[in-house]
Design a protein around this ligand. Structure first.
Ligand code: ADP
Length: 355
């Protein structure tokens, strides 16, 4: 089966010796929404630019629908890219901005106008079609950028932090629109972001990157529930990581994990292991509870936000961990600062990974 996009061991070393991306492997199906997520400088934009053809590839290959694109210039690729700052031409009006990509392709005027009219209508931009791009609001500029990217009818739309310049409210609105649009058009989206909620909320699969390396590629829920590397466990969600040695059937040194737990393949007896415990896997239990994973500490902070109680608990080794519990529970409301807290953990929410 042909993939819409395939990266085979793609790498980029900049002329100054910076290794921005190494051995990036990815296969994307038609109509998938894939997010590249990671901290600033981890190589997300470089990878996106290599897919677009704006950046040469040092190693590996980029294939689209089975065709090798590695040497193909950007305008000949079935891609369109939307930049964070939108890269609109301020002196051109909205219509001219949107028509730009079609003009570059040398499309006959009648056909061009038909396509531009249709897309302006789709994005509710017809009332401002004759205005200069720099005379419009952030949300409108965002829509122009999307319209300009889509009017050329790409197979793959590449979006580089496209919502970064918007305020939180507008960002939420446009996130919804983007998701609906992507479903409606059935176009493949590759979306770069450093915002976890955006990646997890919008995409079918998330590629988590760190230091130019792919850490994990998973659907959002799986990424959240079953991180595979220490970086992902630390970066996604709010997890407590506990080190130990596996004692066979998955028992790190702090207690027993008898019930089924997610476990990375290949963890054997005596392996250095991290138990990853999501903040919401904890429960407050009576002090003499037995038979499940127990951690003890003292309460250092408690915030009740709606239905969720956000607690900070200092463990015996002085480390503070984040705990999320139901704010309505009497044992949560009874907690006082500095008081001892005993936490039980549901073993089925714990994941064991290589340390
Ligand atoms: P991200 O998009 O995840 O923030 P980038 O892809 O922009 O990361 O950058 C990855 C790494 O490559 C960083 O260390 C960055 O400083 C470096 N880098 C990016 N562009 C260049 C360039 N033109 N020349 C040299 N190094 C670069």
């Amino acid at each position: 089966m042909l993939h819409d996009l395939e990266l085979i061991s793609v790498g980029k070393t900049y002329p100054d010796g910076t290794v921005a991306v190494s051995d990036f492997d990815l296969q994307v199906e038609k109509g998938e929404f894939v997010a590249f997520l990671g901290p600033s400088g981890c190589g997300k934009s470089t990878t996106l630019r290599m897919i677009a053809g704006f950046e040469d590839i040092t190693n590996g290959e980029v294939l689209m629908m089975g065709h090798n694109m590695t040497q193909v210039p950007p305008e000949k690729r079935p891609t369109s890219m939307i930049f964070q700052n939108y890269a609109l031409f301020p002196h051109m009006n909205v219509r001219e901005n949107v028509a730009f990509g079609l003009d570059v392709k040398g499309m006959p005027k009648a056909e061009r106008d038909r396509k531009v009219d249709r897309i302006l209508d789709m994005f509710d931009l017809d009332p401002v079609a004759d205005r200069k791009a720099d005379k419009l609001s952030g949300g409108q500029r965002q829509r122009i950028a999307l319209a300009r990217g889509l009017v050329v009818e790409p197979e793959i739309l590449l979006l580089d932090e496209p919502l970064g310049a918007l305020d939180a409210n507008l960002r939420r609105i446009i996130q919804n629109e983007l998701k609906l649009l992507q479903r409606e058009l059935g176009i493949t989206f590759i979306f770069v972001t450093h915002a976890q909620s955006e990646a997890l909320g919008l995409s079918d699969r998330v590629v988590v990157m760190s230091n130019g390396v792919v850490e994990q590629i998973s659907p959002p829920q799986q990424l959240y529930r079953r991180p595979e590397t220490p970086f992902v466990a630390d970066f996604i969600g709010s997890n407590t990581l506990i080190e130990g040695k596996s004692a066979g059937a998955g028992a790190p040194g702090f207690g027993r994990l008898d019930s089924p737990v997610g476990m990375i393949e290949g963890i054997g007896q005596g392996n250095e292991t991290l138990a990853v415990i999501p903040a919401e896997a904890f429960r407050i239990v009576p002090q003499n509870t037995d038979g499940e994973i127990i951690l003890s500490g003292t309460l250092t902070d408690r915030k009740l936000v709606g239905a969720v109680g956000h607690l900070n608990v200092r463990l015996a080794d002085n480390r503070e961990i984040a705990v999320e519990v139901s704010a309505d529970r009497p044992e949560v409301q009874a907690l006082t600062f500095g008081a001892p807290v005993t936490l039980g953990v549901d073993p089925s929410s714990v994941t064991l990974i290589h340390a």
